[in-house]
Structures are given as C-alpha cells and as structure tokens.
Design a protein around this ligand. Structure first.
Ligand SMILES: *[C@@H]1O[C@H](CO)[C@@H](O)[C@H](O)[C@H]1NC(C)=O
Ligand SMILES: *[C@@H]1O[C@H](CO)[C@@H](O)[C@H](O)[C@H]1NC(C)=O
Ligand SMILES: *[C@@H]1O[C@H](CO)[C@@H](O)[C@H](O)[C@H]1NC(C)=O
Ligand SMILES: *[C@@H]1O[C@H](CO)[C@@H](O)[C@H](O)[C@H]1NC(C)=O
Ligand SMILES: *[C@@H]1O[C@H](CO)[C@@H](O)[C@H](O)[C@H]1NC(C)=O
Length: 306
C-alpha cells in the first residue's frame, strides 16, 4: 500500500469541460469499481465517507466521477479548469505528439501534471482529509478525461472552434460532439440503467472479449510513483487518435452522426474501457495491499480473472 499512515489516523479520528459527459465519466468509474481489490475499495470508500464536502452518505467513485466538472464552475474551483486537458501544439493530421515542455503551461496547469500532483497527494496524504478526498475525486475524473483525444489537442482549442453538424443541427462543434453527442448515441442518456448496461458490455470485452488481448498494452505504464511519465504516455496514446481518426479529414461543417460516428464509436468505447482499467490498477496500488509498482500488469490480470 502506498498510502501513508497520516490518512489512516485522520480517518480514525474522523471515524470544462465535460469530457465524456456524465455517463462516460461514471462508466469509467463503474468499470474501475468492478476491478478494485477489496482492501482498495475499503480505503477509497473510507476517504470518500470522511470527505467534509460529500454530497451523499456513502459516496462511491461513481457518485463523485463528475465532481471535478462542477467544482471547476464554482468560485473557489476555477483554478482547476485547466487541469482537464493538455493542449498539444502538434500538427494534425500530419504529426501527432505531446511534449510536456511545449504543451503544459508554465505554471504546470495541464492534465498530465495534475494527475501527477493529485497522485502524489494520495501517496503522501494531507492531514486534512477534505484535501485527500479532493485529490481522489480529481483523479477519478482526470484518468477519464485523459482518454478523450480532444483533451490532448490544441488545434482550434481542442476542436471547440471547428463547426460541425449533428443530426442536421449545424450549431455544434467537434469537441462537444465527442464529449457528449457521440457518447449519448452510443450508450444512451445519463441514467443508471444505461450506466449498468454499458459497464457490463465493457467488462465483458475486458474479461472475455476483444479488449482482453489489449489489456497488457493499455496497462504498460501503471506505477503511481511514475505518475508524470505514465500520464504523459496516456496523453500521447489519446493524442495519436487525433491524427488517425478525429482530425484525419477536415471535418469543418460536416454532418457527423453518420459514417463519422460509426468509425468513432469503437474508439470511444475503448477509451472509456482504458480509463476504467487504468483507474482500477492505480487505486489498487494507492489503496490496496499490493506492492507498489511491482508488476501492476500481473496483478491487474489476476484481478481481472476474478
Ligand atoms: C472539511 O470540510 C468540512 C465542511 O466544509 C469542514 O467542516 C471541516 O472542518 C473540514 N475539515 C478539515 C480538516 O478542514
Ligand atoms: C496541485 O494541487 C493543489 C491542491 O489542489 C493545487 O493548488 C495546485 O494548483 C495543483 N497543481 C497542479 C500542477 O495540478
Ligand atoms: C467467454 O465467452 C465464451 C464464448 O462466448 C463462453 O463460453 C465463456 O463461458 C466465457 N467465459 C467467461 C469467463 O465469461
Ligand atoms: C504502451 O501502450 C501504448 C498504447 O496504450 C503504446 O502506444 C505504447 O507504444 C506502448 N509502450 C510500450 C513500451 O509498450
Ligand atoms: C476520410 O475521408 C475518406 C474519403 O472520403 C473516407 O474514406 C474516410 O472514412 C474518412 N475518415 C474519417 C476518419 O473521417
């Protein structure tokens, strides 16, 4: 377990962007939940239960999956708005890449450094459990955000400046279509039934379907002590879809609900699945009993076979 003893003491005493929309973020968390070790689940639940700002009695990671979006809109939360993305100044569709020095703001405000920051805040938790809970809630959200390709791209403000049409409505932009319209078309609106149905589909693909052979690659960087490097790799992985699909053609003014959607849907579902398994192994190491950084891949496979 990576989590220091301070937090345990505290618990003992205390006894933007809308990437992937609400349903997408909740599904990332719900997929992760299916692969959490028992002790990791207990640790996560304890932190969320001790959170002074919790909005329900015993929140799960699913309940807090969209907290970071709401927090960013609050007066005291605007500092975190830039933490949801990294603006890669690459040259799509010809060249895609993420360069931390080039693309993260001078103050280090980008999703890659935010993931490293909040991971560190779980490795060495503050005496203030509210801060630790915030760190956990940020991570649950950002490990989802970083799989949205347009959260790793600068061009036209991550596609916000690219006008497109959706179901005949020409008043859309590419970013919001990726964030919400396509997710909705694929998995339905944000309710519990769709959450459980989509989670089941993804978990089956992971356990016993087309995702199974891809898991080692998805989890090829999963040591929280190496968070900056891993988050950069995750961003680079998402950013690669910008060149291979998202901006491969000039989509300016296009109707996207037809063939563009059909090609994008498998990418979206796979990115949600990636976020889910990465979040699970991250939390299993931070809150679970496994040795940190030691063969997280093997451990993940053991978990996944359960
Ligand atoms: C956590 O937040 C609650 C609600 O705002 C507050 O009452 C409590 O004092 C905070 N805890 C700490 C340790 O600051
Ligand atoms: C790290 O987290 C703290 C606490 O939320 C925040 O004040 C700071 O801006 C964060 N820095 C980065 C780079 O994310
Ligand atoms: C995997 O899928 C096969 C074929 O669909 C099925 O027979 C088998 O029971 C499944 N295994 C698990 C562990 O779900
Ligand atoms: C890790 O996996 C990513 C895809 O998730 C891939 O782009 C990268 O090349 C892999 N790196 C190594 C060292 O296998
Ligand atoms: C790009 O355009 C070509 C030619 O019209 C088409 O075959 C292909 O499916 C399009 N790809 C994407 C990602 O839009």
């Amino acid at each position: 377990m990576l989590l220091g003893s301070t937090l345990i003491t505290v618990i003992g005493l205390a006894s933007s962007v809308q990437a992937w929309g609400g349903l997408g973020h909740k599904t990332v968390a719900n997929v992760a939940l299916q692969f959490l070790q028992e002790d990791a689940l207990a640790g996560v639940e304890a932190v969320l239960a001790a959170d002074g700002h919790k909005e329900s009695d015993n929140p799960s990671i699913v309940d807090v999956a969209t907290w970071a979006d709401a927090f960013g809109r609050k007066k005291g939360g605007t500092f975190s708005k830039k933490f949801h993305y990294i603006n890669a100044h690459d040259d799509p569709p010809f060249e895609c890449n993420v360069d931390l020095e080039r693309d993260c703001s001078e103050k280090g405000e980008c999703i890659v450094k935010a993931i490293a920051n909040y991971t560190q805040r779980l490795i060495r938790p503050s005496r203030n459990v509210n801060d630790t809970a915030d760190a956990l809630k940020f991570l649950v959200h950002f490990i989802g955000d970083i799989t949205q390709p347009l959260h790793t791209e600068d061009k036209e403000r991550g596609g916000n400046g690219i006008p497109v049409a959706w179901n005949g409505n020409g008043n859309k932009n590419l970013h919001s279509v990726w964030d919400t319209n396509m997710v909705k078309k694929l998995a339905g609106s944000d309710n519990e039934e769709n959450l459980n149905a989509w989670t089941d589909i993804i978990v089956n693909e992971i356990n016993n379907g087309s995702y199974k052979p891809l898991i080692p690659e998805w989890l090829n960087c999963t040591d929280p002590r190496d968070a900056l490097n891993c988050a950069l790799k995750w961003a680079t992985d998402s950013n690669s879809f910008i060149c291979t699909y998202v901006l491969k053609n000039d989509t300016d003014g296009w109707e996207l609900s037809g063939s563009y959607y059909r090609g994008a849907a498998p990418i979206i579902q796979q990115q949600i699945a990636k976020g889910g398994v990465r979040l699970a192994v991250w939390l299993n190491q931070l809150f679970g009993s496994g040795e940190p950084g030691k063969l997280p891949l093997d451990r993940a496979q053991v978990i996944i076979q359960n």
